[in-house]
Structure formats: structure tokens, C-alpha cells
Design a protein around this ligand. Structure first.
Ligand code: THU
Length: 127
């Protein structure tokens, strides 16, 4: 998982967060490859994109639709969990994914997506 955390840490450096000043980096492992993302804020606030979804969408855009793990890195005092919207988007491509939250200071937590989003809504609910 170290390369994944390293990629998220590096992506965090490219966060565009002039309003919250809360820089987030994320990286997903999909198809054996790593795809990174960062949060991108907007003057209209509501159009802000989280780092996790940036990374997930980068993987999908590259042709990878199965996500095995995601790492999220912030400089917060404790590891930052993914927001609800990002949990639901991750559910689509990584229903069993490992979710690692890490701080730049080295703290870490690890969960599975079902732990973070139990009894979730997914593609099977539409059949
Ligand atoms: N943010 C993320 O990128 N991921 C999360 O899971 C939580 C929040 C971003 C959105 C916004 O740019 C800033 O953090 C403060 O909410």
C-alpha cells in the first residue's frame, strides 16, 4: 500500500483548495495500476470535486472499472474518512475496496468499503 499512499501524497500537492485550504490527495489501485487525484474547488463552491472522485474517474477514464483499493491523504490531525458522496461513487467500482486514510504525519486507518457504507445501494438494485 505504500506506493498508493505515496501517489496520494504527491497528488495532494496539486490540490486546488483556495477556499477551504484543505488539500486532499487520493490514489486508487485498479487493474494493477495507480491513478491519482486531488480536490479541485470552485468559486461557486458547490462544484467542488473531491480528491477521491477525481482519482476514481481518472481510473474509469483510463479504462479501469474495478477498484481494489483507495488511499486518501490529508495534513489533518487525524486521518480523513471519505465523504458520503465519494463512498457511494466508490461503491460502483470497488464494492469490496480497501480504504486507507493517512495523514502526512504518518497516521493511518484502514477499512473496507462495506464497513464505511453498509447495506449500500448499487447496480444490483436496479435489476
Ligand atoms: N474533500 C475531499 O477532497 N475529500 C473528502 O472526502 C472530504 C472533502 C475536499 C472537498 C473540499 O475541497 C475540501 O476537502 C473541504 O471540504
Amino acid at each position: 500500500m505504500e506506493p498508493l499512499i505515496d501517489a496520494a501524497t504527491e497528488a495532494r500537492e496539486r490540490a486546488y483548495a483556495p477556499y477551504s485550504h484543505f488539500a486532499v490527495g487520493a490514489a486508487v489501485l485498479a487493474g494493477g495500476r495507480i491513478f491519482a487525484g486531488c480536490n479541485v474547488e470552485n468559486a461557486s463552491y458547490g462544484l467542488t470535486m473531491c480528491a477521491e472522485r477525481s482519482a476514481i474517474f481518472a481510473a474509469v477514464a483510463a479504462g479501469e472499472q474495478r477498484i481494489d483499493a483507495i488511499a486518501i491523504v490529508t495534513a489533518a490531525d487525524s486521518p480523513t474518512p471519505p465523504c458520503g458522496a465519494c463512498r457511494q461513487v466508490l461503491r460502483e467500482f470497488g464494492p469490496h475496496a480497501t480504504v486507507i486514510s493517512a495523514t502526512t504525519a504518518g497516521q493511518r486507518t484502514q477499512h473496507t468499503l462495506p464497513q464505511l457504507l453498509p447495506d449500500s445501494f448499487g447496480p444490483d438494485n436496479l435489476t
